[in-house]
Design a protein around this ligand. Sequence first.
Ligand code: NAD
Ligand code: UGA
Length: 457
Amino acid sequence: MPFVKNVLCIGAGYVGGPTMAVIAQKCPDYRITVVDINPQRIADWNSDDLPIYEPGLLEVVKSCRGRNLFFSTDIAGSIRQADIIFVSVNTPTKTYGEGAGMASDLQYWEKTAHEILKYAESDKIIVEKSTLPVRTAEAMERILKSSGNSVHFEVLSNPEFLAEGSAVKDLLNPDRVLIGGQAHPKGQKAIGELTDLYANWVPRDRIITTNLWSSELSKLVANAFLAQRISSINSISALCEKTDADVSEIARAIGTDQRIGNRFLMASVGFGGSCFRKDILNLVYIARSYGLNEVADYWHQVVQLNDFQKNRFVHRMLTEMFNTVSGKKIAAFGFAFKAETGDTRDSAAITIVEKLLEERALVRLTDPQALSNARKDLIDSSLLSFHDNPYEAAEECHAIAVLTEWPLYRSLDYHRIYSAMKKPAFIFDGRNILDHQTLHRIGFNVFPLGKSALTHF
Ligand code: NAD
Ligand code: UGA
């Protein structure tokens, strides 16, 4: 049976890979190809050892790989064949020149635009899947129209809202799919084609269509609002530690108000991940570039509060451990930026471990998925060691710092851990996932986040 459409995704990363795998599974009559400039990534997608860890992903990939899902390095040939091209390349924060540290680095995105222009021989729908500054589609259109040939490109914005660790679940059952396009007939026709693709499994009333600029900006705003909630509750966690209020009780008390809602109110060592920080900084940069300094300052504070929270956590460890951790062994439980992923990009644990090393602590790092990334993130140091086994990591330690909310850390035998630790033994629960009363009864000095400490002093 011939396929109804050829779909291409440029960029086989955390978004491109899982998104295309789910589209392939749900749309068996579409032929889906995913390409990347990194041949190793493509080889990994073609193996059973996928380049990213996501629960359920291997099963989805295996269900359609070789049937209507293909991973390839042939970028030119795949562009020629495609009817719809998703662009899902990375858009990190710029590290050089104007806007360094704030603006989006659009070099990878622009390269793909030029490649599409170079190889395309027939009309195509170009779908921005990457998170981009508002009005990027305008630049994309200008590049694509620059050759003056008769090929027509219709640019749509279709930002991705999946969260890592639950990517497959989020893709199979999204809260919404957002599609932005132009109001003219060709724009509306393209929106219709993309809507039809998603309608293979997403109810049509969950597919929202808007103009291009609302769609692009909505993605930045969604991440900014989510991160803002975390910074809000984290700011309150600092106040709780001074006043004997309990941040979990507060989250519960306010979260039952339906207008506030109970999700994303977990105090933590700070939000991480590849996107929150970069997308808010991008929003700040855009607002400032339009002269909206009050708007920029407002959102910048969300990131600044997150930095404060990470520093505060280390400062508390230092103060409570008698103002020095030098030469003391500290087990870091978790390095991933959240549970159920091996991703460590912008993980709060990076800052915390680096600061502990600066204080000359002997950091013993453990994580069920993120150790290989941790080895790349951290500068080689004789003060640092990596351990698959959390019991081994905690041996002879003065303190444990819980940095990622892996459920595994809840079910450990803390009697066993305590007996192998130096005394007095400390636990700093940066995710509030442990049973603090029980730990205290075992003998630990327990420092939850945003709650009173339970000590034996
Ligand atoms: P990633 O770094 O995991 O993947 C991007 C891939 O694009 C890489 O494999 C890279 O080699 C490839 N690439 C770069 N330039 C290329 C080119 N010219 N041709 C072919 N391939 C090229 O990034 P990601 O996490 O998948 O994020 C992609 C975009 O999606 C970003 O804009 C990000 O903000 C956004 N986003 C990410 C998430 C997430 O959870 N990671 C969620 C929603 C949106
Ligand atoms: C986030 C958004 O949730 C996705 O909708 C979005 O698509 C994605 O960013 C993106 O654009 O990249 P992700 O970063 O994968 O997804 O993970 P989240 O679950 O949002 O967690 C982000 C960070 O916030 C983690 O470090 C997590 O531990 C922290 N967090 C989350 C808290 O500290 N408290 C909470 O209550 C929730």
